[in-house]
Design a protein around this ligand. Structure first.
Ligand code: ZN
Length: 50
């Protein structure tokens, strides 16, 4: 089981349980809920890893 960090809220989640996943600049980002997913989708540059 892979644990990933939701970059929007900082929560740790298992990627299998992620509510959404988005690719951004060659990386996959996982989200705990649709709210975080939508936030990232709207402004990925704000949340993506530097
Ligand atoms: Zn979240």
């Amino acid at each position: 089981m892979e644990i990933v960090r939701d970059t929007v809220c900082g929560e740790l989640i298992a990627w299998e349980n992620a509510a959404g996943v988005l690719p951004y600049q060659g990386k996959l980002y996982y989200f705990c809920c649709r709210k975080c997913y939508e936030k990232f989708r709207r402004s990925p540059a704000r949340f993506a890893d530097k």
